[in-house]
Design a protein around this ligand. Structure first.
Ligand code: TYD
Ligand code: MG
Length: 470
């Protein structure tokens, strides 16, 4: 049973992977193929989903058409990547994040891109005036006709307008400021949040319209946070980053249509968010080479390896229990690494505060970063810088052994690509070097790595010159 009107539109389809986009790309944002997009005109009824209630009939799974090939790209490659290769029709996507982090900016940019391809986007500005929206659009250097702004907080009205307009994409900014008139409770309360989301979900599924809803992360208080609706939506994205650093990380914490490991990296500029195609370069840009306490590790974020600098600082503790403080790294894991360093590498950290900082606002959750973190601590404690041309890859076991990690080859390729000359890797993983310029240094244990560090210091002292790598 199909609701809605027939509509003719032009789409570009990637011949390699089937991605459908309203605009042309020289390189397919989904599969990366060059020159694979071909143009065609399609006739589609806007509402393709079966009507809820009454008319629904059971379907054989084999008869259900796959939505995969019909993703809508939002025009920012990093954004599309996190979505799993574009927006799936009829999906409800929650974009959460701290106030002021750039959620409205990101969605307006996406809206403007989609509009550039000749599609209409309905942007519900429930928090800001159209003038404020216009100011932002001016900053983004575009004020397309295709973006329709609706300054409205009553969701009933929003749905009416959306039903009439049938946009290619709907943005509700934010879910905490819209309300259903039939409910007693105030906007932002848990019941409003849930019911508004349910209404939007129904609209998305019935009309196959992709919808973004913005949710502010709030401190515990009167207004409920986006978490209370996470289970209802198809995709949950969080935009993160330090407010005062220019880059932002878009992370999927739930995705019914893609991986939750992918991250997108953006840089906030004067004219909106800019895609950072090469995050490693950004994260290493401010690295202080030849300083004790710094190590470069290779983290795997989704399918993409990213090089990140880990910094450690040890300093004499005052009285009481010495502190172990980690930013961007698990605090319990840090305590464990300190214990392993003490027990198996002979480091004296009992009277030392230990601070670890993962630069660039990244959170390292992979054990593959253990070796780098532990060596950064050893380096700070001994005052000997680590080799600045090396990356450190390996998980640490409780016996001080360096254990293998997955996808080692991909990590090494990224290190080689960025010009690193050495990679300290677990001896257990038998991997041939990925490039002639990148030498592999296999090690068995943390103790071995720490004594190599000390030997390096002795060598350079004997040479009576500045520390040099190796
Ligand atoms: P905003 O998208 O309003 O955040 P949110 O919707 O998450 O609350 O972004 C607000 C910040 O971004 C604000 O401090 C100004 C800054 N900004 C830029 O630096 N450059 C720009 O081009 C734009 C539009 C905003
Ligand atoms: Mg906003």
């Amino acid at each position: 049973m199909s609701r809605g009107r027939q509509r003719r539109r032009t789409v570009w389809t990637c011949q390699a992977c089937g991605l459908e986009s309203p605009g042309y790309f020289g390189r397919c944002p989904s599969c990366g193929a060059w020159g694979s997009m071909v143009e065609k005109t399609v006739e589609s009824s806007v509402g393709m989903a079966p009507e809820i209630g009454g008319g629904t009939r059971p379907l054989r799974l084999s008869q259900v058409r796959s939505a995969e090939g019909r993703r809508l790209t939002v025009g920012l490659p990093e954004f599309d990547r996190v979505l799993g290769g574009g927006l799936v029709p009829g999906s409800l996507v929650l974009l959460g994040g701290d106030p002021g982090i750039g959620k409205s900016t990101l969605l307006l940019q996406a809206a403007l891109r989609v509009a550039e391809y000749g599609q209409e986007v309905l942007y519900v500005a429930a928090e800001e005036s159209p003038e404020q929206m216009k100011l932002r659009a001016d900053r983004l250097g575009s004020a397309s006709d295709g973006v329709v702004v609706l300054p409205e907080t009553a969701l009933d009205r929003v749905l009416e307008v959306a039903e009439e307009l049938r946009p290619a994409m709907l943005v509700v900014d934010s879910i905490q400021t819209v309300y259903l008139t039939g409910l007693e409770s105030s906007p932002g309360s848990v019941s409003q949040l849930r019911d508004c989301t349910a209404q939007l979900l129904r609209f998305a599924k019935q009309t196959a319209t992709p919808i973004f809803v913005v949710g502010h992360v709030t401190k515990e208080g009167l207004i409920a946070g986006p978490r209370v609706v996470e289970h209802m939506v198809d995709v949950v994205l969080y935009l993160e980053g330090e407010r005062f650093y220019q880059h932002r990380i878009l992370r999927a914490v739930k995705n019914r249509f893609g991986s939750t490991n992918e991250i997108g990296v953006f840089e906030m500029t004067d004219s909106g968010l800019r895609d950072v195609g090469n995050p490693s370069e950004l994260f290493l840009a401010e690295r202080v080479r030849d300083a004790p306490g710094s190590a470069v590790v290779v983290a795997l974020e989704g399918t993409r390896p990213i090089l990140i600098e880990v910094q450690a600082l040890t300093s004499s503790a005052g009285y009481g229990t010495p502190r172990r403080v980690a930013t961007g790294f698990d605090a319990t894991r840090l305590q464990l690494l300190v214990a392993v360093l003490t027990k198996h590498a002979g480091l004296r950290l009992a009277d030392q505060d230990v601070f670890v900082n993962v630069t660039g606002g990244i959170r390292l959750v992979e054990p593959a970063a253990d070796l780098g973190v532990a060596l950064a601590i050893a380096s700070s404690a001994s005052g000997i810088p680590l080799d600045p041309t090396a990356v450190y890859i390996g998980e640490l076991g409780l016996a001080g052994e360096v254990r293998g990690v997955h996808a080692l080859e991909r990590r090494l390729q990224e290190a080689a690509r960025l010009g690193f000359e050495r990679a300290v890797v677990p001896a257990s993983s038998r991997v041939a070097s990925v490039s002639a310029e990148l030498r592999l240094l296999p090690i068995r244990s943390l103790a071995e790595a720490v004594s190599a560090l000390a030997a390096q210091a002795v060598r350079s002292r004997q040479n009576g010159r500045e520390l040099s790598p190796g």
